[in-house]
Design a protein around this ligand. Structure first.
Ligand code: C2E
Ligand code: CA
Ligand code: CA
Ligand code: CA
Length: 278
């Protein structure tokens, strides 16, 4: 920003100042939103392609209902929340809210599954195991119907520690899913080390599947999943061709805009009301 070729070292830089100010306001706004409880959990159906595409569970996805900006997606606030150390708190709230909601749906659909995302800071939080145990106790959700999703990069930051925490979570009876599977660096070598039950095939692979014939990364990932005895869920299914191809490849579970977008809890309740029990 030194445009005058040296001399004054620290001149007032309006661009830098504006950025710092913007950041300060964003932090303040987020803290205010957290205080005011402006966050919502939306749910995206996960369907079973072998059962005619019925909804067998959902993934919980957090949103910020901002008083001026409207519904704000997680990509626009999670990183800042992480930097402010607020993700364990926000994530804890999402977990409780999602499990409570899952119990509501389980009355009509026993075995209805709830997937909840965990961030690195949550996995690294020594209180996580107690927190999950307590939420299960308070809500009464059968542990087996809770699936905790974490990305490879989260799981692999500290492999030994992750394996320990995940084992402890599994002792509670919950299941673990590797999210965005295939997009990380060293996925394969660690599949046997980490106690994982489910792999979520990243949407980039699903969307790259050829319409007919031809090998695909999605197919290879499905093969890997089977080899390690993991249940696959295909993410980001956007059209009927992809759904059909996945069914042919015997991938039972899928999620994506083709079936349903993330929606408020009431939307799922209405969807389930139209569907006979699982
Ligand atoms: P994710 O866990 O991979 O979640 C799937 C994302 O893909 C969601 O975006 C979902 O709306 C979107 N999606 C679903 N179907 C389709 C499709 O057919 N096509 C395309 N293009 N996208 C699809 P969303 O809700 O914006 O969430 C983004 C990410 O934010 C999530 O990615 C997850 O990593 C994170 N996230 C969301 N909620 C939470 C949370 O409660 N806790 C934590 N730690 N992370 C969360
Ligand atoms: Ca996820
Ligand atoms: Ca994902
Ligand atoms: Ca993702």
């Amino acid at each position: 920003a030194k445009r005058d070729g040296g001399g004054v070292a620290r001149r007032f830089d309006p661009v830098m100042f504006a950025k710092a100010e913007q950041r300060r306001l964003a932090e303040q706004d987020l803290m205010r939103g957290l205080e005011a409880g402006e966050f919502e959990v939306h749910y995206q159906p996960i369907v079973d392609l072998t059962q005619g595409g019925i909804t067998v569970g959902v993934e919980a996805l957090v949103r910020w209902r901002h008083p001026e900006k409207g519904l704000v997606p997680p990509a626009l606030f999670l990183e800042l929340a992480e930097q402010l150390g607020q993700v364990p708190r926000l994530g804890g709230w999402v977990l409780e809210e999602a499990c409570r909601q899952a119990m509501d749906w389980q009355i009509r659909f026993p075995g209805f599954e709830m997937n909840v995302n965990l961030s690195a800071s949550q996995l690294g939080n020594p209180k996580l195991i107690d927190e999950v145990r307590e939420v299960l106790r308070r809500t009464g959700l059968p542990p087996h119907d809770l699936v905790l999703e974490l990305t490879e990069s989260v799981a692999l930051t500290d492999l030994v520690e992750s394996a320990r925490v995940l084992s402890a979570l599994k002792e509670l009876g919950v299941r673990i899913a590797l999210d965005d599977f295939g997009t990380g660096f060293s996925s394969l070598s660690h599949l046997s080390t980490l106690p994982v039950d489910v792999v979520k095939i990243d949407r980039s692979f699903v969307q790259a599947m050829p319409e007919t014939g031809g090998a695909s990364v999605a197919e290879a990932v499905l093969h890997i999943a089977r080899t390690f005895n993991l249940s696959p869920v295909a993410e980001g299914v956007e059209d009927a061709g992809q759904a059909e191809r996945l069914r042919e490849l015997a991938c039972a579970r899928a999620q994506g805009y083709h079936f349903a977008r993330p929606m408020p809890a009431l939307g799922v309740t209405e969807l389930l009301a139209k569907q006979s029990p699982v």
